[in-house]
Design a protein around this ligand. Structure first.
Ligand SMILES: N[C@@H](CCC(=O)N[C@@H](CS)C(=O)NCC(=O)O)C(=O)O
Length: 237
């Protein structure tokens, strides 16, 4: 049985699509949480981060950087990239759109309040949701590409899972998108992952604070003591 290590903050963020892809492939993995600037410095000093950024996926003797590369590696490994070059192109286009769509959910906990976050997500759903729905209807299946499960379905379902946490009724008028979401979340590997301790909870202020602490960055300006993690030099410059 293959196993992997995924190093990131103690939360979903930009590591979550990779977790879903590992789960879809039924690859056993551990979350390695980075909680302090010192741990991040140690990780950077290890030479495993070619661009000094997390997440890091250690698998098959490789150190993978860039979440977009990780999900494609796992898609090829699990035969989840479609059958033809045209299928693969559609996977890439849908995954690109899903990443734009998901970004609003990733940014939600950084927003001024829940109303602002939900309003932003509704706008983004109006832009992308109906187009995803039309694409699935056109395939005549509950898949994004032909009638075959691909990583486009998995990455899209991951984004939808966050939207649903903020806007529980959002899929009520898009039955095909809802069917895709249900199909993916019922895959054995994904269902087991979602029920496990590996799945971090919905992201909130705790995650925003933890990431700012590790990166020694300012918090969003509406949060109290927003500069608390900035080093002295950065506070005065
Ligand atoms: N495109 C990259 C973005 C990675 C990224 O921005 N990582 C952040 C944490 S979420 C980071 O490590 N920032 C520190 C830095 O850029 O130096 C990916 O998706 O993996």
């Amino acid at each position: 049985m293959s196993s992997a290590k995924l190093t990131y903050f103690r939360g979903r963020g930009r590591a979550e699509t990779t977790r879903w892809m590992l789960a879809a492939n039924e690859i056993v993995f551990d979350n390695i949480a980075i909680d302090t600037p010192e741990q991040l410095a140690g990780l950077r000093a290890s030479g495993k981060l070619p661009f000094d950024q997390m997440p890091l996926l250690e698998i098959d003797g490789l150190n993978l950087s860039q979440s977009s590369a990780m999900i494609r590696y796992l898609a090829r490994r699990g035969d989840l990239y479609g059958k033809t070059d045209t299928d693969a192109l559609w996977c890439d286009m849908i995954v690109g759109a899903a990443a734009d769509f998901a970004e609003t959910a990733i940014q939600a906990p950084f927003k001024l309040n829940v109303s602002v976050a939900v309003a932003d997500m509704e706008v983004q759903f109006a832009k992308f949701g109906l187009r995803f729905e039309a694409r699935i209807v056109q395939q005549g299946s509950s898949c994004c590409v032909e009638d075959r499960l691909t990583f486009a379905d998995i990455v899209l379902a991951e984004a939808l899972s966050s939207y649903l946490e903020w806007c529980p009724d959002i899929l009520e008028d898009t039955p095909s998108l809802k069917a895709l979401y249900l199909k993916v979340t019922q895959l054995p590997g994904i269902a087991a992952y979602l029920a496990s301790e590996l799945r971090y909870p919905k992201q909130g202020a705790d995650y925003v604070i933890a990431a700012a602490r590790v990166l020694e960055r300012a918090l969003p300006s509406h949060m109290p003591d927003a500069d608390r993690f900035l080093t002295k030099e950065r506070q005065t410059s």
